[in-house]
Design a protein around this ligand. Structure first.
Ligand code: GDG
Length: 463
């Protein structure tokens, strides 16, 4: 059977070459492989700003993939990206009502950018294409494409959580954005919980009907809504973790540990990741379990993220303050408990660090899936694996029952669980790791991509 042509639409498009391409994560790799198999288009923002808004995307071809890139104007960047995406939808969908800013001008710009993207994409579409739109930046694309007369299958995947209706309802444009979601033939969420929240909104607010097969009937539309968790390529990560480069990087760190256990945390410096809470939990471990003093080193790697957003600047300051405080109180002349590193590393180096870490500390306050947790597991040594300490609010906690699951808001519990992990027998570590690795393999990125695309092909074409 001839594969249908795939059109991927996302805010950022994975660069064709260069340093960033080499460090592309599982998501980009997964989408690229899907595009290579079926041939197709990757459409999105170029990452660049231009004085004038253009409806003509810049086109590049690489093998069977055509990249179609659109620049934003400064005003569009501020309203659509820095504003509505990063300061409204991101905090709201992560339950941070206290940080969500509702600005009608940003929303107007968000809609205009989505409209312009759809107008630029529409002429590139062919009958029979499968269009797969990614994430909260681009929710209105389907409505706009339908308005222009597009007859293709349209699917959408939300990488972040979908909040409970009581939280979501605070958004002034809650109804419009769900109506936009319903213009797709298929909407995919990370977890059964996200799907449940979406169904609850459809039923309670819009009087629609949903069933357990994923069918949704609302406002005269029929669509499907499913939960399909994103994953990684576990074998690639496992191989990377034993590559010469990863080993060298890990060796450099190991040489400075003097036999101490390493606790490793890796996250973008984002307030959803629970970094200050994690640092406070580590401080409690040192305070309440003095036997671990001098015996453990915590390395927290947090690459800068969204640095021009005020909430991220404040987060950075509070993390700097806390890490200075912890090291000030607990360091000895020959031991510094915490290494807080505010920069990124190569993917290879990270896998080396993961493999060295006796504990992978992944404690987001709310997270769509969390690929770091999966990468940590895939990078372990099967003979002597580390322990994953995982927030119950990370999407992947739904199936990672071999992890030590914690409530990241309860720093006492996290400290206690750190102690449990640090003192766990080899036998239990192996048994837990095997269960987790089986789950990571079962939910890999290929399965995610294939399940979504199979479902999109089957989703009824729009009447
Ligand atoms: C969103 C959702 C969902 C991190 N530091 C460096 C680096 N990373 C890589 C990790 C991992 C990726 O970035 C982060 O993925 P996460 O899933 O952990 O988190 P988000 O960035 O918030 O992603 C999330 C995901 O989308 C996919 O749907 O799981 O819930 O929030 O691969 O390893 N990579 C490099 N240097 C770093 O310093 N090269």
């Amino acid at each position: 059977m001839r594969l249908k042509r795939l059109v991927v639409v996302s805010n950022r498009v994975t660069p064709l070459s260069g340093r960033k391409a080499a460090s592309a994560g599982g998501l980009a790799v997964g989408l690229l492989s899907a595009l290579r198999e079926s041939g197709g288009i990757w459409f999105g923002w170029s990452g660049e700003l231009h004085r004038h808004a253009s409806h003509e995307p810049k086109l590049f071809r690489s093998g069977r993939i055509t990249y179609a890139l659109i620049d934003l104007t400064e005003e569009e960047f501020e309203g659509y990206y820095a504003g509505l995406a990063n300061r409204t939808l991101w905090p709201l969908f992560h339950y941070r009502l206290d940080l969500a800013v509702y600005d009608h001008e940003w929303y107007a710009v968000y809609r205009r950018v989505n409209q312009r993207f759809a107008e630029a994409l529409f002429p590139l579409l062919r009958e029979g294409d499968l269009v797969w739109v990614h994430d909260y930046h681009l929710i209105p694309i389907a409505s706009e494409l339908r308005r222009l007369g597009a007859k293709v299958r349209l699917g959408f995947f939300l990488h972040i959580p979908f909040p409970a209706p009581e939280v979501y309802l605070t958004l002034p444009w809650h109804r419009q954005l769900v109506v936009d979601l319903c213009a797709y033939d298929l909407v995919g969420f990370q977890t059964a919980t996200d799907l449940r929240q979406f169904r609850a909104y459809i039923e309670l607010e819009l009087g629609g009907r949903t069933d357990n097969k994923g069918r949704v009937r609302v406002l005269g539309r029929r669509l499907r809504a499913i939960a399909v968790p994103i994953g990684i390529e576990p074998e690639d990560v496992a191989q990377m973790a034993v590559s010469g480069d990863a080993r060298r990087q890990a060796q450099r760190v190991a040489a400075t540990l003097s036999g101490r256990h390493l606790v490793i945390g890796v996250d973008r410096l984002d307030y959803t990741k629970g970094i200050p809470e994690r640092l406070r939990a580590f401080e409690l471990l040192l305070r309440d379990y003095p036997a671990h003093r001098q015996r453990v080193t915590f390395m927290q790697i947090s690459a800068p993220s969204r640095e021009d957003v005020p909430e991220y600047m404040e987060l950075r300051q509070s993390v700097e303050l806390l890490s200075g405080h912890i090291n000030g109180v607990y360091s000895e002349a020959d031991w510094i408990p915490l290494r807080y590193i505010n920069r990124g590393f190569t993917r290879r180096a990270l896998t080396g660090f993961f493999r060295l870490g006796r504990i992978g500390l992944v404690t987001p306050l709310r997270d769509g899936m969390n690929l770091v947790a999966l990468e940590y597991v895939a990078a372990q040594d099967a003979e002597d694996p580390g322990v994953l300490l995982l927030s119950r609010f990370a999407g992947c906690a739904a199936y990672m029952d071999g992890a030590l699951i914690v409530n990241p808001y309860d720093i006492h519990q996290v400290a206690e669980t750190l102690h449990t992990g640090l003192t766990m027998s080899l036998e239990e570590r192996v048994e837990r790791w095997q269960r987790m690795m089986a789950a990571v393999r079962e939910h890999d990125v290929r399965r995610w991509k294939q399940s979504f695309l199979d479902c999109l092909e089957q989703a009824g074409s729009r009447g």
